[in-house]
Design a protein around this ligand. Sequence first.
Ligand SMILES: [Zn+2]
Ligand SMILES: [Zn+2]
Length: 163
Amino acid sequence: MNLALVMQQGPNPFKIITNILTSPILKLAGELLLLLIIILWLSLVYWTFADASRRGAIRFLWALVALVFPFVGTLIYLIVRPPEYALDARERELELAVLERELRSRVLLCPNCRAMVEKDYIICPECNWQLKKPCANCEKPLDLNWKTCPYCGVDQRSGKINW
Ligand SMILES: [Zn+2]
Ligand SMILES: [Zn+2]
């Protein structure tokens, strides 16, 4: 069947295509697609900015590149961005944990009134809560549940040296 015959028989195919292309639904769909692309582009600009600042790159420059060259700019950034070594992140995490523990071991709180106390306090100065007990022999402050003084080795109940 040749084309000329088809065109003679049915409605003009070019007119159908033109009608579809100019229909309001297609126009709306096209506008929505454009809007989505713009939103995606701006999100990528923001992502590039955030990622660059996290990795210590020149964030304003990279955000500008991503803005001026939609999509391609971010792609280039992805290729040349400085790597964030997993080891660095792990190390930072460990450092934080150590700092936190140090802080916690230095700042002691009274379990009763939450006042700050020193580790050798026997009584909380704010509420008189018993924090430690003095060793029966050397009078160093001991935890209430310690059975033997770690400073002089004296058993707290029998009063005898435990070694
Ligand atoms: Zn207290
Ligand atoms: Zn002792």
